[in-house]
Write a protein that binds this ligand. Structure first.
Ligand code: PLP
Length: 220
């Protein structure tokens, strides 16, 4: 059933859009089911849960950490994580760099930009991100590879607002990529179960979909 849902979603996605199956709060058995159907990219947002699943599931899974990451927990996922989506401070970037160095790795990351009209979402404000890029401070971290942007839209039924927020992220991506990266950035991670079709219309090439694949999450 999980695999059928993944296939159905994939049929609606352009071929250049990668699907991160967000498996947080769902058991390893469901991930295995999706894996058996061919899915290889999974997203988690709690360190302990991710480490437990990593230990027991196939080693060719690409694990993405998609949630807010506390600096003191980076060390637990640094040995194996494939992409950290939500770098929201230089402090976190520095810690990822440090732990990656210890593992002899270069860890791919995305910068999280705050475009939503909600107080609670993490991330750099657009102006803060531009200032950070302008400072050049990011260039000193040799064991991280910054590959693009991640954002979350406001949780609202107003599709025009969601579209505007993704569009803002898209424009920021283009600007940063042209000005400081020579076009090297490649990943635009936006879109979840409720808004991914809008995200894909506004520049996304990586969607993070959970409940539409695995069903509602049971917390606690
Ligand atoms: C949980 C989560 C998702 C998936 O949300 P769904 O609405 O279940 O698709 C995507 N991105 C982030 C950052 C999340 O924490």
């Amino acid at each position: 059933m999980v695999s059928e849902r993944i296939d159905r979603i994939k049929q609606t996605l352009p071929e250049w859009v990668r699907l991160v199956a967000v498996s947080k709060y769902h058991p390893a058995s469901m991930i295995q089911e999706a894996y058996d159907g061919g899915q290889r990219i999974f997203g988690e947002s709690h360190v302990q849960e991710l480490v437990q699943k990593y230990d027991i599931l196939p080693k060719d899974i690409e694990w993405h950490f998609i949630g807010h990451l506390q600096t003191n927990k980076v060390k637990y996922i640094a040995p194996f994580v494939s992409l950290i989506h939500a770098v929201d401070s230089e402090h976190l970037l520095r810690e990822i760099d440090k732990q990656a160095k210890k593992c002899g790795r270069v860890i791919p990351v995305l910068m999280q930009v705050h475009v939503a009209k909600e107080e609670t979402k993490f991330g750099f404000l657009p102006d803060e991100l531009l200032a950070f890029m302008q400072s050049g401070a990011w260039q000193q971290y040799e064991n991280v590879s910054i590959e693009g942007l991640m954002c979350m839209a406001t949780n609202t039924d107003d599709e025009a607002q969601i579209a505007r927020e993704f569009e803002q992220a898209q424009q920021l991506f283009e600007m940063v990529n042209a000005k400081w990266l020579n076009g090297k950035w490649k990943t635009r991670s936006w879109g979840m179960s409720d808004d991914y079709p809008i995200a894909v219309q506004h520049g996304s090439n990586m969607v993070r979909i959970g409940s539409l694949i695995f069903g509602e999450r049971v917390y606690g």
